[in-house]
Design a protein around this ligand. Structure first.
Ligand SMILES: Nc1nc2c(ncn2[C@@H]2O[C@H](COP(=O)(O)OP(=O)(O)OP(=O)(O)O)[C@@H](O)[C@H]2O)c(=O)[nH]1
Length: 235
């Protein structure tokens, strides 16, 4: 995967704005669309039938706000259960997390809730968490005058997930990585919530190496957190 930033983020960058590096982790059940959301945000691209992530992938992308530029250092984790125990390496020291579920799969919201609990127990206490209900493009809208329960394909009502997010202090979005709906909003709203005191433009990066803007970390084969080039992962 290449890592050319999407055009609006680059053209809007203010050279005088302070750059803040933010470590962000994506968590959620397998196949809910974590990698697809990242691919949409970083490359404005979508792939049908994407291969599952093995271990984790690392990508970066900048987003410009009026007064600051946020450089996201994104750890896209593998959702398969066999990788669960590796997650703390990725959410440790993370300033932000996007926990993803699939609006057409009720069980994926339960899994998302268990990730939120784990983050609230074990991650940085100031972590900004966003909940993203993905694959809204698969939902057929209800007919005129019908309520949301008549939507075809939806298993998680928007109001249920929104109420849970409000109770739990999460940002909430419904997204389609396929169409692009809501994807930039997640990162933009997270960027707004990152306090300025996190300004760390000269701080060493959390990424695994100088040329590693987009790479997959295969922990199963290496036995320890290393990247494909064999460099250490300081995640
Ligand atoms: N229709 C639709 N399909 C999607 C969307 N997002 C992802 N997909 C598809 O869902 C499948 C899984 O997507 P991934 O992005 O690999 O999911 P993941 O959560 O990263 O999966 P793991 O790597 O196994 O954890 C792929 O076939 C994607 O093309 C979406 O918004 N809409």
């Amino acid at each position: 995967m290449s890592n050319s930033p999407s055009s609006d983020s680059i053209s809007a960058l203010n050279p005088n704005a302070k750059t803040t590096q933010v470590k962000l982790v994506l968590l959620g059940e397998a196949a809910v669309g974590k990698s697809s959301l990242v691919m949409r945000f970083v490359n404005d691209d979508f792939q049908e039938n994407k291969e599952p992530t093995i271990g984790a992938a690392f990508l970066t992308q900048k987003i410009a706000l009026e007064d600051k530029t946020i450089k996201f250092e994104i750890w896209d984790t593998a959702g398969q259960e066999r990788f669960h125990s590796l997650a703390p390496m990725y959410y440790r020291n993370a300033q932000a997390a996007v926990v993803v579920y699939d609006v057409t799969k009720a069980a994926s919201l339960d899994k998302a809730k268990s990730w939120v609990k784990e983050l609230q127990r074990q991650a940085n206490p100031n972590i900004v968490i966003a909940l993203a209900g993905n694959k809204v493009d698969l939902v057929q809208p209800a007919g005129e005058g019908e309520d949301e329960s008549m939507e075809n394909g939806r298993q998680v009502p928007t109001e249920e997930a929104k109420a849970y997010s409000n109770e739990t202090g999460l940002l909430f979005f419904e997204t389609s990585a396929k169409k692009g709906d809501g994807v930039r909003d997640i990162f933009k709203e997270i960027a707004k919530k990152i306090p300025l005191e996190h300004h760390i433009s000269n701080r060493s990066s959390t990424r695994p190496g100088p040329h590693s803007q987009a790479r997959e970390i295969n922990l199963m084969q290496q036995g320890s957190p290393t990247n494909r080039d064999g460099g250490s992962c300081n995640c």
